[in-house]
Structure formats: structure tokens, C-alpha cells
Design a protein around this ligand. Structure first.
Ligand code: 6PG
Length: 236
């Protein structure tokens, strides 16, 4: 798997680079199936898409899914859906039936099961797995991605489409895509910014230190893999 790595001066430049790239990456006709993560860089991206790049995408073709969601109500301050609604969904005309929210307010295991079954019904399948056109991932300073944290490496190979992840410090439960669904995507793009990620990024790319203990290091999709980094995260 060859990872494409691009480095930009700062967080806003990373968000802008992805916003400019999206129209190229998403299908030119028919449905566009995109899964998004939470986090600070995606928020900047959503704000750009809702304003400067609003005319760049045919929102009527977009089918929006989440990579992960905290097990909180959709209006909770920590809800990835709430962040996305405020930054993007309230400003662009995606048909409501094409916004596939993970229900953080539901019982976690039941919602993981419901959402996973929904992916099997709503997305094209390859080798029994749902195939996204594009999955946008973040990475935590502990090397987690989606809500697959280092103590739960087994979620990287879980047979289900979705599972329940647990934040190792807060204990907060989260609904998350599992590794095989992420690996099945046509394209995966990491958005990784900030000096808190420098060491983990270096270990992953140099395959040194604890690199194998980082879930993000194990993402090698069937399609393309891109890392969009700012200089701080890249140690540039
Ligand atoms: C979440 C995100 C999470 C995020 C990373 C990076 O629900 O918290 O999906 O995986 O992408 O923690 O977040 P930052 O980009 O804000 O550092």
C-alpha cells in the first residue's frame, strides 16, 4: 500500500486542500457515498464546504455517513452529528433521507447493529463489505482513528460493519465503523494536524517505536490512502 502524503502549513490549509480535492474524488454522476469523522480539522473542512466551496459539490447526490459517533444525544456538545449539522448540514441542501446519522442516544450495541445493517443495505458491497467512495479519518495523539483505540485493536478486524468503541480515559462509548469497512473503501484520507501528533506520525511513517500499537498505522485500504498533514503534525 503506497500512502500519498501531503504537508500544508497549518490546519486551515489542510482543510482547504481537502475541500479542493473533494470534487475530483467523488463520482461525477450518481450517488456519492462519503463517511466523515469528528474532530477539529473536519470542522474547518465542513465550514469551508458550507461557504466558499458550496457550489463545488452537487449536494443532491451526496449520501452522508459517519465514521464514528459519541454515545450522546444529537444535540449534545460532544456529538459529532451536532458539530456537522452546525458547520455544514444547516447550510447545504443534502436531502434529509441521505443523511445517515449514527444515533448516539440509542443503546450502543443495538445502534452498532442497526447502523451496520444499514450499511449493508444502502451501500454497494464487495466481498461482503460496504464500499464507500471516500472515508475521511482523523487520528488522535494516541494513534486512534475512528473510535478504534489502542486497547481495542480487535476492532480493526471485527467481522461486523460497526461496533462499540470505548475511550480509554473517559470511558465514553462510541459507535464506530470497524477496520474491514474502512479498508474496503475506494479511498481513505487522513486529516491529521497539530504538534500533539508529531511523534505518532513519525513512528507510523518510519515504522519505528510503538507504530504497530497505533490503530491508524493499520489502515491500508483496497483503494487509495492519503495523509493530509500540517507542518506541526509532520514535524516539518
Ligand atoms: C472523534 C473523532 C476522532 C478524531 C480524532 C482527531 O469522534 O473524536 O472521530 O477519531 O478524528 O480524535 O481529532 P482532531 O482532528 O480534533 O485532533
Amino acid at each position: 500500500m503506497k500512502a500519498h502524503r501531503q504537508i500544508y502549513p497549518d490546519n486551515p490549509a489542510v482543510a482547504r486542500a481537502i475541500a479542493q480535492q473533494l470534487p475530483e474524488w467523488l463520482p461525477k454522476s450518481g450517488p456519492m457515498r462519503l463517511a466523515i469523522s469528528g474532530g477539529s480539522t473536519p470542522k474547518l473542512l465542513f465550514e469551508l464546504l458550507a461557504t466558499e466551496f458550496k457550489e463545488a459539490l452537487d449536494w443532491s447526490r451526496l449520501h452522508l455517513f459517519w465514521v464514528d459517533e459519541r454515545c450522546v444525544p444529537p444535540d449534545h456538545a460532544q456529538s459529532n452529528y451536532r458539530m456537522t449539522r452546525e458547520a455544514l448540514l444547516d447550510q447545504v441542501p443534502i436531502p434529509a433521507e441521505q443523511i445517515h446519522r449514527m444515533q448516539g442516544e440509542s443503546a450502543p450495541e443495538a445502534e452498532a447493529d442497526r447502523y451496520g445493517k444499514g450499511l449493508a443495505e444502502q451501500l454497494p458491497q464487495a466481498n461482503g463489505l460496504p464500499v464507500f467512495d471516500l472515508i475521511l479519518l482523523g487520528m488522535g495523539s494516541d494513534g486512534h482513528t475512528a473510535s478504534i483505540f489502542p486497547p481495542q485493536m480487535e476492532l480493526l478486524t471485527d467481522a461486523r460493519n460497526c461496533a462499540v468503541g470505548t475511550h480509554p480515559e473517559s470511558g465514553q462509548q462510541r459507535i464506530t465503523l470497524t477496520g474491514p469497512v474502512i479498508q474496503a473503501a475506494k479511498r481513505v484520507a487522513f486529516l491529521v494536524t497539530g504538534a500533539s501528533k508529531t511523534e505518532v506520525v513519525a513512528e507510523i511513517f518510519e515504522q519505528t517505536g510503538n507504530w504497530q500499537s497505533y490503530p491508524a498505522a493499520h489502515i491500508a485500504p483496497a483503494g487509495e490512502l492519503h495523509w493530509f498533514l500540517d507542518e506541526a503534525a509532520a514535524g516539518a
